[in-house]
Design a protein around this ligand. Structure first.
Ligand code: TXA
Ligand code: MG
Length: 360
């Protein structure tokens, strides 16, 4: 059932049935500022296993635990130090997940047997209230069925989970639209495992500001190694892919992208029912070409020409799902630079385009 709640000032009474269901061992879909999550109380093994079953998620892919305070966060880790303190104080609450050695009492169904655990303090009044009402940390992956794009609205969550969970909490659009940044701080090594709502630049700046001489290692994001040596276990699985075939419209400049588009259109290589995900500036230019070649037989969603690529990242999963509802055959999404949120955007886009390589 759907619980509609004010995103900024949630009424605890509206959320109470969901919190009670969680306490009784049920699985509930809820909003966060990144994407919607599918949660269960972290220390109820049967409830946690139900998450894996509902999602169709492989059991060796660990879950992150969502908490309502830094104090609660610390209870899940075996140790705490200055680096953890600075990262947490700077980025929490927010789209940031820190992986460290897990405290002894943290069960293996959440961590999939790993010696580490990921914990996140979401910056969303609804998530915070729900966790407080439940009285325990909530283990949760994104609320999509395994392999689908993450849900960024309650409608997306309903599309994947209707009839499979007792409650879906609706608080409108997720602001970031892309999952949290995952950083691992284990054995003196600081690694970026998944780019997300907090950029690598922001993390590096904080290290410099505090004169911490540790490098943020992002080599596991290398596209060549991504599929073969995944560091975040989930990275090795099929991910983010819509039904349509995803292509990257690449090019150093808008002119180069337009030229490529023109060539593809001219040779009929855009697909039967193509769709486009482009920045506004490029979309404006591209429409001339598209209308000339395809008349009205295409779909277009555009995003703001923003230096930090925030809009591109925020709308990508929503565009994937919108295009799938329109049964398009091919999605052409514009390449962005790897700066700021462009890294998270390109990471999701590349994975989605790889997933359906060779699919017909
Ligand atoms: O923004 C988010 O992080 C969202 C919202 C709901 O909070 N959650 C989310 O969870 O994206 P999920 O399960 O879809 O992605 C978490 C990723 C997975 O790739 C998982 O393999 C990885 O984190 N992960 C979890 N625990 C880990 C650990 N101890 N070591 C390495 N990777 C871990
Ligand atoms: Mg996920």
């Amino acid at each position: 059932m759907l619980l509609q709640v004010d995103a900024r000032k949630p009424d605890p009474e509206v959320l109470r049935p969901a919190a009670e269901a969680l306490r009784d061992g049920a699985v509930v879909a809820f909003p966060t500022e990144t994407v919607y999550g599918l949660g269960a109380v972290w220390d109820n093994d049967d409830a946690v296993r139900e998450i894996f079953r509902v999602k169709g998620r492989p059991l060796d892919n660990p879950l992150i635990i969502h908490v309502a305070s830094i104090k609660q966060m610390k209870t899940f880790y075996a140790e705490w130090d200055d680096v953890a303190e600075i990262l947490i104080k700077t980025f929490c609450p927010g789209p940031f997940t820190l992986i460290m050695k897990r405290a002894e009492h943290v069960s293996s169904s959440v961590t999939a047997g790993l010696a580490t655990v990921g914990v996140r303090l979401p910056d969303h009044p609804v998530t915070k209230t729900l966790i407080e009402l439940t009285g325990k940390g909530i283990a949760a992956p994104s609320a999509n069925l395994s392999g689908r794009p993450s849900p960024t609205t309650a409608e997306d969550a309903i599309e994947d989970l209707s009839g499979k969970v007792p409650w879906i909490i609706d608080a409108g659009n997720s602001v970031f639209g892309v999952e949290s940044t995952i950083v691992s701080w284990v054995d003196g090594k600081l690694e970026l495992l998944r780019p997300g709502g907090i950029s690598a630049e922001e993390i590096r700046n904080v290290l410099t500001e505090h004169q911490i001489a540790i490098q943020l290692d992002d080599s596991s994001l290398d596209l060549e190694t991504l599929e073969t040596v995944p560091r975040a276990p989930g990275m090795k699985y099929r991910h983010y892919a819509p039904e349509a075939k995803v292509h990257i419209l690449s090019g150093e400049t808008n002119e180069a992208k337009l030229k490529r588009l023109s060539t593809l259109a001219g040779s009929g290589a855009l697909g039967q029912r193509p769709a486009f995900y482009l920045s506004r500036a490029l979309a404006k230019e591209a429409e001339w070409i598209l209308q000339a070649q395809l008349e009205n037989h295409y779909q277009l969603i555009s995003f703001a020409d923003d230096l930090h690529h925030q809009d591109a990242a925020a709308g990508l999963f929503r565009a994937f799902r919108a295009f799938d509802r329109l049964s398009v055959s091919d999605i052409w999404a514009e390449e962005q630079s790897l700066q700021h949120l462009g890294l998270a955007y390109m990471n999701r886009l590349r994975k989605a385009s790889r997933e359906n390589e060779g699919r017909t």
